[in-house]
Design a protein around this ligand. Structure first.
Ligand code: S3P
Length: 165
């Protein structure tokens, strides 16, 4: 079993919202690795980062992605940093992966003050810029398709994905 599509991209790309729309349109279940981690640990992502550190979170995330890829045949949204682990990138090799591209301005608008996103504490705009610069090549390397999200509604993005797949 494998997901019908995996959505990757930075915070503020709209992965969770678009995943929900695709799940509705296709009548398939939706999973989100951040939600899986919160459900299995009973802790919020921000608390895991602050109390146990980012590396521990990445371990939990890698395990959550592997489990979802093995068990789930609907739409799967990954946390923005999940592709940082090479083992995760390898697991994505056989699956349709859509990179939801977003530019700095739209990402900043969509995350607002960054509440609940520990990597954005401090200056949201400069943190997002650094993450986009560092990770865009990684998202591109795992993606089978890229969909533009700047200035577009989640429904328009979901419609593009349905046309592509
Ligand atoms: C992160 C993105 C978040 C969450 C965590 C770390 C990242 O998920 O996994 O705060 O490293 O980009 P979203 O992309 O769903 O916000």
């Amino acid at each position: 079993m494998a997901p019908r599509v995996v959505l990757v991209g930075p915070m503020g790309a709209g992965k969770t919202t678009v995943a929900g729309l695709l799940g509705e349109a296709w009548g398939v279940p939706v999973r989100d690795t951040d939600a899986d981690i919160e459900a299995s640990t009973g802790r919020e992502i921000s608390d895991i980062f602050v109390e146990s550190g980012e590396e521990h979170f990445r371990d939990l995330e890698a395990a959550a992605v592997a489990a979802a890829l093995a068990e789930h045949d609907g739409v799967l949204a990954l946390g923005g940093g999940a592709v940082l682990r090479s083992a995760t990138r390898e697991l994505l090799a056989d699956v349709p992966v859509v990179f939801l591209r977003v530019g700095l301005s739209d990402a900043v608008k969509r995350v607002g003050l960054g509440v609940g996103r520990p990597l954005l504490l401090g200056n949201v705009r400069s943190r997002i810029k650094a993450l986009l610069d560092e990770r865009t090549p990684v998202y591109e390397s795992v993606a089978t398709h890229v969909v533009e999200t700047d200035g577009r509604l989640p429904l328009e993005v979901a419609a593009d994905i349905q046309e592509l797949l």
